[in-house]
Write a protein that binds this ligand. Structure first.
Ligand code: SF4
Length: 476
């Protein structure tokens, strides 16, 4: 059952939780003048992307359209127009989005005082979710658009909008890796999650389009393609009535030049086990899976409407590990779900200890408007949620350290993400193994007797380890 809540005054609601936000908001109102409408054509644009990798690919697609319409990109202060692609997932993400919008309003007013007009556009999940309320409250923003409303954003920038002028996706990640969104939306009924309300039901992108995009990414120098979507495992069901992620993996791993293919965001219930032999057999598919489990206690999983029990989860993990030896498993949990008792939490700790995941992330529960779990309230205090999240991470730190120490003396294949100068003035390199996704997982710090380029794949001997880092020497 969905409950109806009142997401009015969203900025106030979120601002109440953040004093810094109150400050920037006050400034925005005191200084707030009338909106300046820019008459001169918009030539330069700055796109600020918040939130997850799905938002990153949305921004990249939008930037392709903007560029195709003759506009260029620059920093936020110099740009004729600023677009903020927001996130509306949980409280913390909403806070970040609102703070960023108020900072942009303030900047726009400062520029106006200097005689420079700037157009401010807010798009993405937060404005999809709370557009009406934000429009009333944030008068310094010129226009609001929902998520994936690229066409209307570009129309707001130029009077010369051309249909079918899509342009090439502008890659904003490091040139050697890119995200490939295989589906949009989600049909799962998870009680705590607002994503289906924001992004709608599950829609798979056609295989041909995805293969074409993978070929395009490789042509731009991408070596690692990271498949994303709200739920990768549901891929194909809406297209053919069958889950066809296994076939898609084969098609994309067959694209010439794909050196690493990585899977993020697999839903555990109804997991398509036919992908496991594909992961095991294909050398260029990373032995890696990100499968958010959210909890381990069957009571909590039931209330979360996850369609899975602790026992079924354990069986699935066992089968994954048996079929894909050496696979690195990443997962995320929610601490402080409304019905989580102390016993449930201890069960979760025991599960984390027993399962020895390679990577773990924890979110503190965030009560979200219009979700199924909204009616359960938010009875667990912020302190207890923080404490529970910290306890899980403390368990995981020990596990991660032990796993990293076990790699000392081994040779690992590393993809170089960047070069940097250390405190002694020597050039070192930072990279990742196939067990590590960018931005969220471990890093490997390397010394090398020969110069390396970003995107190089090298073999390195690991000589030291920390909780979340490895240290090694590149083999010549
Ligand atoms: S599978 Fe993920 S995106 Fe879909 S409803 Fe559940 S938590 Fe939300």
């Amino acid at each position: 059952m969905h409950t109806k809540s009142h997401p009015t005054k969203v900025a106030d609601k979120i601002a109440d939780k953040s004093s810094s936000l109150r400050t920037s908001r006050t400034n925005a109102r005191i200084d707030g003048g009338e909106t300046i409408t820019k008459k001169a054509p918009i030539e330069t644009v700055s796109v600020i992307t918040l939130g997850c990798s799905k938002n990153t690919t949305d921004s990249e697609t939008l930037m392709g359209m903007i560029q195709a319409h003759g506009m260029n990109f620059t920093d936020a202060r110099s740009a004729d127009a600023v677009i903020i692609n927001t996130c509306g997932f949980i409280d913390r993400a909403k806070e970040e989005s609102i703070t960023t919008i108020f900072e942009a309003i303030k900047q726009k007013e400062e520029l106006a005082a200097e005689g420079k007009a700037q157009k401010l556009i807010v798009a993405g999940c937060l404005s999809q979710r709370y557009g009406e309320e934000l429009r009333k409250e944030m008068t310094g923003v010129d226009e609001f658009f929902g998520e994936s409303d690229f066409e209307n954003v570009v129309k707001a920038l130029t009077p010369n909008f051309k249909y079918n002028l899509l342009g090439e996706r502008v890659l904003t990640t490091s040139p050697h890796y890119a995200y490939l969104k295989i589906s949009e939306g989600c049909d799962n009924p998870c009680s705590f999650c607002a994503i289906p309300l924001i992004r709608g039901g599950h829609r798979s992108r056609p295989v041909e389009k995805l293969v074409e995009e993978a070929q395009f990414l490789v042509s731009k120098g991408v070596k690692e393609i990271i498949l994303i979507g709200q739920d990768l495992t549901d891929y194909g069901r809406d297209l053919s009535g069958k889950r066809t992620l296994a076939d898609l993996l084969k098609y994309i791993s067959d694209v010439d030049g794909v050196e690493w293919l990585r899977l993020m965001y697999a839903f555990p219930s109804k997991f398509p086990k036919d992908i496991l032999p594909v992961l095991a057999e294909r050398a260029n598919i990373c032995k890696y899976l990100d499968m958010p489990l959210q909890h381990a206690s069957t009571n909590v999983l039931k209330s979360m409407r996850r369609g899975i029990t602790r026992n079924t989860t354990e069986n699935l993990l066992e089968e994954i590990r048996a079929t894909v030896p050496g696979i690195a498993l990443r997962t995320t949990f929610i601490a402080g779900y409304p019905s989580e008792t102390q016993a449930d939490f201890e069960e979760l700790c025991d599960f984390v200890q027993t399962q020895q995941f390679d990577r773990v992330g924890v979110f503190e529960y965030s009560q979200e408007d219009d979700t199924y779990s909204y009616i359960l309230g938010d009875p667990i205090s912020a302190e207890v949620k923080q404490d529970r999240a910290a306890k899980i991470m403390a368990i995981q730190r020990e596990i991660s350290l032990a796993k990293n120490e076990a790699k000392i003396g081994t040779t690992q294949k590393i993809l170089i993400d960047q070069a940097f100068t250390n405190e002694n003035g020597t050039i070192e390199y930072q990279g990742r193994s196939e067990s590590d996704a960018p931005e969220v997982d471990n890093e490997v710090f390397l010394q090398s007797s020969r110069p390396l380029q970003t995107g190089d794949m090298v073999l390195a001997n690991i000589y030291d380890a920390a909780e979340y880092d490895l240290f090694g020497e590149v083999l010549s």
